[in-house]
Design a protein around this ligand. Structure first.
Ligand code: AMP
Length: 589
């Protein structure tokens, strides 16, 4: 398929913020796309080069793209930068310059979806000396054959900043509309120029089957191909692979223990909410792999955990889930997340840091065992299974602390016990709840005493001055607008960050290091940042404000911790911000 067709679709998608319209456009496109192009197309539509379970990144900074545009168009980098400042978007800038191209190209070849995909993917593989030049060449090769419209999207895809707003829900529905018209009882209404389900129940069933297939594969390419070639039977039969990571189930927030009972039912299970980080323990073919909740593989970083899982969890293959909590090896006191988070990214001296910052694993869920999915098994039975598989050893591995109760008094006592133990609070879980990967369905809720915080994505920063020069010292933060799939800004954070390397808390140096590979356009001291890094932010109040694109601003925002474990897509949503805004008004009224 020609890339030109995809570029035209991007234009149409970008021109509407209505989800239904987007779904329509996508469905029509998927329908006519040959099977052979579906894997690449399904990724490119969401601005991705790799499925969600694959953590490779393109890692192209804007200066590389500038050089590529210069090589392809013959304009000097300074001229392109000047245009960029006027136009505001590097994709649009390149499109404009390509249309006025200075260098005559010899009969350019038309770009195909495959060609663009291949070149962009190669970008992620280039490392070491000569990588910059090779990356510049790969991009400029595409640009020399690209029309202005294609140029815009080649550049935006290379920068991982596509901005056409195709969220997971929209992709899933488009696949249903495109490939399951008969099963889902959907027909195309010529007058309305839209797909319409005739029978809501049938429709919901098919949507559920496609969502499930995505939940267990995390790969729309695979789901689209199976849908097109295998139909409902194949898609319903897609099962978990113990070799691949899986999106975690998310928990809603309850205001109190009484609220928790109301939402998950009475009796219910209460567990400690540990202040650590989630790990998925996967065993397949005798090999153990560990994944974070960002679906990053961290097996190498945690040889101690691999050992504990190998020795103390029974089964030839499985996926279990738990929280790794750091503790002080001398005093055996549990430590807050910030202290051990450095282990997640550690590349060297791994054994040494493992000794310095050991972790204890608290297993709290099971997703499959010996090749059988346990997603549809009620929580209480999953828990029994865990207890039968885990051989507990203090300060190594054990089942999460849990009680089942219907009593307010017992729940309160357990909650206080969790807090005394230094944990964040408790989780309340519905005894019959199944496991829903990637969704916040409400089978479980969390109860925490501390003031609410928001997990926000850094989308911009400012270079510091004086003693902070050389560091990025103020960070623009954003939440996720689920309607459009875009990040909307909500404030600037400059406090809560340490100037000196200390044992606890984030430093400017650390944040600057994390953000440097993600930097985009600079305007004076301000610089745009690709939305990848999530930080947890405390604040005094949420206010309505015209200053930021979310329509809200935080009063006295302060960095609490870098959520190195959290993917940008799981940042707090605009809806949560709106809810918190209303709740706080309720309190002050
Ligand atoms: P939050 O990050 O506040 O949305 O809370 C969800 C996270 O709490 C999960 O991803 C786990 O990492 C963590 N957690 C700690 N203890 C438990 C537990 N007993 N059950 C489930 N999740 C837990």
């Amino acid at each position: 398929m020609k890339y030109q067709d995809l570029a035209a679709l991007y234009d149409q998608l970008g021109a509407t913020s209505k989800r239904l319209e987007k779904t329509n456009l996508l469905a029509a496109f998927l329908k006519k796309c040959p099977v052979d192009d579906l894997p690449e197309l399904s990724l490119l539509l969401q601005g991705r080069l790799f499925p969600a379970w694959d953590d490779r990144q393109i890692g192209v900074a804007s200066r590389i793209v500038l050089k590529a545009i210069s090589l392809a168009t013959g304009y000097p980098v300074s001229k392109i930068e000047e245009e960029w400042k006027k136009v505001g978007d590097l994709g649009d800038t390149a499109a404009k310059l390509v249309s006025k191209r200075k260098q005559a190209t010899l009969t350019p070849q038309r770009l195909t979806i495959k060609k663009v995909f291949q070149n962009l993917r190669k970008l992620a593989e280039m490392e070491g000396t000569g990588a910059v030049d090779a990356k510049v060449k790969l991009i400029s090769e595409l640009l020399t054959s690209a029309t202005p419209q294609e140029t815009r999207y080649v550049i935006r895809s290379a920068l991982e900043d596509l901005r056409v707003g195709v969220g997971d829900g929209t992709m899933r529905d488009a696949i249903v509309w495109a490939f399951f018209g008969d099963d889902a009882k959907i027909r195309y209404d010529d007058k309305k120029e839209s797909f319409e389900p005739e029978n809501r129940e049938e429709y919901a069933k098919v949507v559920g089957a496609v969502q499930h297939a995505y939940d267990v594969t995390n790969d729309f390419g695979e789901v689209a191909i199976l849908s097109k070639t295998g139909g409902l039977k194949k898609i319903s039969a897609v099962s978990l692979s113990e070799d691949k990571p899986i999106k975690v189930m998310l928990y809603q927030k309850a205001a109190s223990l009484a609220d928790a009972f109301e939402r998950v039912g009475r009796p219910c299970a209460f567990e400690f909410k540990y202040d650590g980080f989630r790990l998925g323990f996967h065993k397949a073919d005798g090999k153990i792999k560990l994944y974070t909740r960002r679906l990053e593989e961290v097996t190498k970083q945690f040889p101690d955990v691999v050992e504990a899982v190998k020795k103390h969890i029974n089964g030839s293959s499985f996926i279990l889930e738990g929280e790794a909590v750091g503790f002080d090896p001398a005093t055996k006191r549990y430590l807050p997340f910030q202290m051990v988070s450095q282990r997640i990214r550690r590349k060297y001296d791994i054994e040494e840091v493992a000794k310095k910052f050991p972790v204890e694993v608290n297993v709290f869920d099971i997703i499959s065992h010996n090749g059988k999915s346990m997603l549809d098994v009620p929580f209480q039975e999953r828990r029994k299974k865990i207890e039968s598989l885990v051989d507990p050893v203090l300060f190594k591995i054990r089942c999460s602390e849990m009680i089942i109760t219907e009593s307010d008094r017992e729940a309160q006592a357990f909650y206080e016990k969790a807090l005394r133990a230094g944990e964040e609070g408790v989780m309340a879980k519905n005894l019959g709840g199944v496991y829903k990967p990637g969704s916040r369905v409400g089978f479980g809720v969390k109860v925490k005493p501390v003031m609410e915080t928001l997990d926000l994505v850094i989308t911009g920063a400012e270079w510091g001055t004086g003693k902070r020069s050389g560091w990025l010292s103020s960070y623009v933060v954003a939440c996720m607008d689920k309607e459009t799939g875009e990040f909307v800004e909500i404030g600037k954070v400059g406090t809560g960050i340490k100037e000196l390397e200390e044992s606890e808390g984030a430093t400017f140096e650390e944040l600057t290091g994390l953000l440097k590979p993600l930097l985009g356009r600079e305007t004076g001291r301000e610089v745009a940042v690709k939305p990848k890094i999530v930080i947890e932010v405390t604040f005094e109040e949420i206010q309505k404000s015209p200053t930021y694109s979310s329509g809200y601003a935080l009063r006295f925002p302060r960095l609490k911790t870098i959520r190195i474990d959290k993917p940008a897509q799981e940042a707090s949503t605009l809806r949560q911000v709106e809810e918190m805004f209303r709740e706080q008004r309720g309190r002050t009224a």
